[in-house]
Structure formats: C-alpha cells, structure tokens
Design a protein around this ligand. Sequence first.
Ligand code: F3S
Length: 390
Amino acid sequence: MRPVQLGPDDERILAGEEGETRQKMLELLVALGKVFGADQLVPIKSAQVSGASYKTIGEYGLAWLASLDARAVVPAVLNPIGMPRGRWKEMGINEDFARKQQAVIEAYERLGVRLDCTCTPYYLYETRYGDHLAWSESSAVSYANSVIGARTNREGGPGALAAALIGKTPCYGLHLKKNRRPQIVVDVRPGSQSWGIAEFGALGYHVGRQVGNRIPYIKGIRPDADQLKALGAAMAATGAVALYHVDQITPEANEFNGDLSSLEIMPIEPKEITLLFRDHPVDAVAIGCPHCSPRELGEIARLLAGKQVTKPLYIFAAQGVIDLHRDLITVIERSGACVYADTCMVVSPVMERYPAIMVNSGKALAYVPDMCGAVARIGTLEDCVEVATG
Ligand code: F3S
C-alpha cells in the first residue's frame, strides 16, 4: 500500500485537534486511499450521500449517524429517503417507520447535509465538467461522470459522508483521466431512432448485465439528456457501470474515440431490447427512477391532462424541481396521480404492498423485484399512463 500524502491541515485533523468525528472521517478516507492506491486527497465540489432510507440502513446505521459530531464543509445532498417528509401519512407510511426515518433525517441535518433527498442533485445545484465530487447513488454517479464530465467514484454512504465532512476524497479510480478510457465498444444496430426514455432504460438494463464494471463506448444511438439518465441508471443497476461514453454525444467521447480499435465489440440488435417490453397485469404504476426532470414532468402532465387514474400512479421528483413546476404538478394531481418528493419506488416501503408494478425505468425494472418483492413490467411513458388510466 502506498502512503497518502497529507497536508498540515490534514495532520492536525488526524491528531484529533478538530474533534473525534473529523479525525475518524479522515482516517476512513486515508484508509480508502491506501486500499485503492491513491497518493493524495483531492478537494471536492460537492458530496451526495446515500444510506438515507431507514429501510436500507436500519437501527445500526441510525445509531452510527447519531454518534457523529461535525458539519459538512462542502455542499452535501442526501439521497432519497423512505417517505415524503410532509406527506408520509397520506402515502400510507406507518408511524413507527416515519419516526425512525425522521431520526435519520435529523441526524443528517445536524451534520450539515442538505435534505433535498434526491438522486438528481444535478437539477438543483450546478455541477460542471471536470469537477471532483464524492457522490454515492449509482445513477447520480453515472450522470455526473458520463453526461456532465465531472469526476467521481461510486462512494459508499460512509465514504461520501466522510468526504462531505472533510471536503476531500481519495484521488484514485475515475478521478484520474487514465482510468476513464473505454474498455468495450457497444454497437447498437440501426433501429433505435424512435426510442424514448423507457427503451434507453431497457438498453441500459441489457448492456449493464453484459459489460459488468467495464466502461462502455456506445455507438449507434442519439439519446437526449433524459434518455442518457435512464440509460446510465440502468447500466449502473444491472452492471456496475459508473462511467460510459456515447459516440458524438457525451463530453469525453471525442477524447477517446481514437483508442477503440483494440477493444471487444458487443453488437446489440434493437429486438433484444424490445423483447423486454412484455404485457402483463399490474397493480400500480411508478414513474421517476431516477427522479423526474422538468421535461419529464411536462410530458406526464400532457399525457394525463383531462384523464383520471384507475390504478395508483406514483411519480417521484426532487422537491426543488416540484416547487419550480407547480403548474405541471397541479395538472398531474388533478388526475388522481400522486407526485412525491424525497422518496422513490425502491426505497419507500409503500410499494411493497403491490404484487406487480409497472415502470418506465430500466433501473426500476432491475430493483423492484428484490427491493419491493414485486413483479416488474417496463413500458413506455405513454403505456404507463394508459395502464394507469385505462
Ligand atoms: Fe433514484 Fe430511487 Fe431510482 S434513488 S435512481 S429513484 S431507485
């Protein structure tokens, strides 16, 4: 293991002069750096901290958080939690869970972590090409690295929290340009021109299973930002893809497109993707994995205008995005659909009551069976609205 070089400020923290929590957090970062071969810590612009839902961290996680005593020194945002803070009763969350979830939130608030509770912090806070970050939710990591061109490893919750409290993270992995080169070419054959968010999510679901943790360079597609979000989220869920490049689309693709000739090529036929769209009955529909963009909310509002839902329809987005688009939310909720902030179909225990759930997300297609104990069906946004209102 190589030593991680530290400055005088770091040495003071390690000596315990700024309190036990900061000391322990820096020890954690240095230990991670040693394991992964970092020779220094790099200052970060922001942190995004997972391990926020009581459903996933439980009593031990809560006790650990409650034992910490320090404040974030860079902007730090919390991942979705298990309930919408102001509307948990309406959503059907039981009181015991709500009390424990509230304790988790308060612990993070005390540590100076902002309670945006979203996996799409890039809609709320400016994140730029080349920024070093310590983000932990896999779809956010994928979007930051691939679509924005920022640099972050996929941090565990404690590693991201430690980085937030210290303002630095070990400089290894995707923080270094040499590790951002593509490792496999994915060649999507003609036929994807009419694809929407769901098809790109399904492509990510399919590709992630095959590429594992390699960095794919994808050719043959022209996704927009929302479609890239869906693609990357799904590849991070079925594989461990924290960075991908799309030919002529993502910001670093041009830098690496001269290095492709020696790489394995994985061809994808569009029919491999359309086969994932199977028709079977569902009990509820959930949209917003990752959390909806303003444009997605606009599209949902357009599709729901003048209709009434006949099945529960859940839509998830960041509170900051909801607040800026109240007009769209009014149209959506007039149909009987519910738009919730802070939580999502996977981390909220509420979805466990439905045996079969329809989604328009490749990531949710991967996670709903295990995390909600439900059969998952993927469909386009139009299909989801039709099933919810049919
Ligand atoms: Fe976000 Fe929840 Fe999906 S955290 S990416 S909406 S599983």
